[in-house]
Design a protein around this ligand. Structure first.
Ligand code: ZN
Length: 172
């Protein structure tokens, strides 16, 4: 049953549709409400096609010798660096970070996360790397620990929602 009969199609802007269909992705529009400040935009994402799931090969230079290696489907490294040792080869996924506006108006990128693998090192298993504060000091989340960390972030966001809801008289 349609509960929005009072909205004529012409009156249904994407903002209203978004309000009606919370959680349903919307197409980009030029509406004022959609012209968010760049730092407030959601983190961009793309759907992975079946072709991108296939393993691919990369040619890396190790002391001038070209070496053919298998590259995981999530690796976005161009592998153009010149390596001294094959152990230095690193597969890296897309870096995801959270932009946070500072008091002075600048924007800090925090919680930068990306998949990393050193395939020829002693510990060759891929893992989720997280740089909490942009210092370059990264923590390694192996296996399901990455999901546990993601759950912590979701819980943190829910607590922020609950706090903001207090400003709105309990409405979220
Ligand atoms: Zn790679």
């Amino acid at each position: 049953m349609n509960t929005n009969e009072n909205l004529s199609p012409a009156a249904v802007t994407s903002a209203k549709v978004r309000a009606v269909l919370a959680g349903v992705p919307q197409q980009p529009t030029t509406e004022q409400v959609d012209r968010w400040d760049a730092t407030d935009r959601p983190i961009p994402f793309s759907l992975t096609s079946a072709a991108e799931q296939l393993p691919r090969r990369a040619t890396v230079s190790v002391r001038g010798v070209l070496v053919d290696v298998q590259c995981p489907s999530w690796c976005v490294s161009p592998h153009t660096e010149k390596l001294n040792f094959i152990e230095d080869l690193t597969h890296t996924g897309e870096a995801i970070s959270l932009p946070v506006r500072q008091f002075d108006g600048s924007v800090e990128q925090v919680l930068t996360a990306q998949l990393v693998q050193w395939p020829f090192a002693d510990k060759s298993e891929p893992y989720m790397s997280v740089d909490a504060d942009g210092s370059g000091e990264c923590n390694e989340y192996h296996g399901p620990a990455g999901l546990a960390f993601a759950d912590q972030l979701v819980a943190h966001a829910e607590r922020i929602r609950a706090e903001v809801a207090k400003l709105n008289g309990g409405r979220s």
